[in-house]
Design a protein around this ligand. Structure first.
Ligand code: G3I
Length: 377
């Protein structure tokens, strides 16, 4: 751990000293540009946590003041077997963020995906009772609170338990706990995490009217029962023409009207698009890359596409800034196009374009357009 953190700090310091010569290598800090509006976050992937010299650290330390773990804290990554715990990467994540004064996010306590089967089964492979599953969930929350409760402030308590039509997702959690799964999960979080922890419900497709209305109803229900919910995470895995900006505004307004804060938790823009696989449901069957689904395999985007991408980012940030008093944080899901999860979803191994930094870790035209939106205000 000591060697890793020292190396990661050195890799990060390059950007903070601003010793590069050209504007491209030393652009203004994104989070400083949005100071007073909302936090600007990013993620640490497992590969960064395994390689302290990753060039992404220079971006993270300079441009982000909040950090989420892309994968290492998920139940299956952290606790793949009943008695097996993998703390190393998560400990590094927390240590790094703490060293750089980042607002840390715990992602994610309870998600139907990336949760091993053993969580839902007894020693004979039979489904657990409701009480036994709740005890396992409580144990997980308790362990995380004990280990990182003083350093992680924001928690994604439940991820993606509501379908686009507003119904509860038919997950293993739901099969055992029924429609009360999300409520019970928040009760556990409220009881086990520190009292000043910020508890979020996090989902994709939060601009779909069915899901939006269901989330609003859930927050009102929780509040009427005295169950703490402090915010909603609109993941923001968006595309070039979906969702409409008006739908984003409608959701920001609807969620804020319930008295909670909005966090844009996983922002990226899928330039190539997902076609019928809208959303961020990682459980779908992947397609294979071909010239139709992978038009720019060498990573060179025509200037017209680069411009279109930058414009869309700028339009989105104009909307977010217009509603900034409703928003606490905007987190990008990744650091650069080199490692965005959209290179593998829903088409395996294609060359996609999703973030503000390119495959050489240089700021893209979209970076400067986003920066401009902040300067206009
Ligand atoms: O680490 C293994 C590696 O050892 C192996 O060689 C490789 C072969 O496929 O897989 C690697 O693991 C992959 C991991 O990402 C790291 O790249 C997993 O297969 C893959 O399933 C995993 O995908 C992650 C996905 O969640 C599922 O956990 C993505 O990185 C991550 O960006 C994505 O994030 C989710 C949020 O948590 C919740 N909201 C949606 C969002 C996007 O799907």
């Amino acid at each position: 751990m000591k060697l890793w953190i020292t190396t990661a700090i050195l890799a990060s310091a390059i950007a903070l000293t601003g010793c590069q010569e050209t504007d491209e290598n030393d652009p203004p800090s994104l989070h400083e540009a949005f100071e007073g509006k909302f936090l600007i976050g990013g993620t640490l992937s497992d590969s960064m946590l395994e390689n302290a010299s990753d060039p992404g650290f220079a971006i993270v330390s300079k441009h982000f003041n909040s950090l989420s773990p892309e994968n290492c804290m998920k139940w299956g990554n952290m606790n793949p077997l009943l008695d097996q715990y993998e703390w190393e990467l998560s400990d590094r994540f927390v240590e790094y963020g703490h060293n750089f004064g980042q607002e840390m996010v715990g992602h994610v306590l309870f998600w139907h995906s990336q949760t091993p089967d053993w969580v839902f089964e007894d020693e004979n492979g039979a489904p657990l009772s409701k009480e036994a599953l709740l005890e396992r969930m409580r144990e997980r929350a308790r362990l995380m609170a004990k280990r990182w409760g003083d350093r992680i402030k924001i928690w994604d308590v439940v991820n993606e338990s509501i379908e686009g039509d507003g119904s509860w997702r038919k997950s293993k959690y739901q099969q055992i706990l029924g429609d009360e799964f999300t409520e019970l999960a928040f009760r556990i979080a409220m009881e086990e995490l520190p009292t000043d922890a910020i508890l979020l419900y996090n989902d994709y497709g939060m601009t779909d009217p069915g899901r939006r209305d269901a989330v609003v109803a859930m927050i009102q229900d929780f509040k009427s029962k005295g169950i703490r919910i402090d915010g909603v995470g609109m993941q923001g895995h968006w595309e070039m023409s979906y969702p409409a900006l008006s739908e984003i505004e409608d959701s920001l307004t609807a969620f804020a009207a319930t008295g909670v804060k909005v966090h844009i938790t996983e922002l990226d823009l899928d330039l190539l698009g997902r076609g019928k696989f809208f959303g961020a449901n990682v459980d779908i069957e992947r397609l294979k890359a071909d010239p139709a689904t992978n038009p720019y395999p060498d990573g060179n985007l025509p200037p017209s596409e680069e411009k279109r991408f930058a414009e869309r980012y700028a339009e989105i940030f104009d909307v977010l800034l217009k509603h900034h008093e409703k928003i606490d944080r905007v987190t990008f899901w990744g650091v650069s196009d080199l490692t965005t999860w959209l290179n593998g979803f829903p088409v395996e191994g294609r060359t996609n374009f999703a973030l503000l930094f390119d495959r050489q870790f240089k700021p893209k035209p979209a970076f400067y357009r986003v920066l401009e939106t902040a300067r206009k205000r």
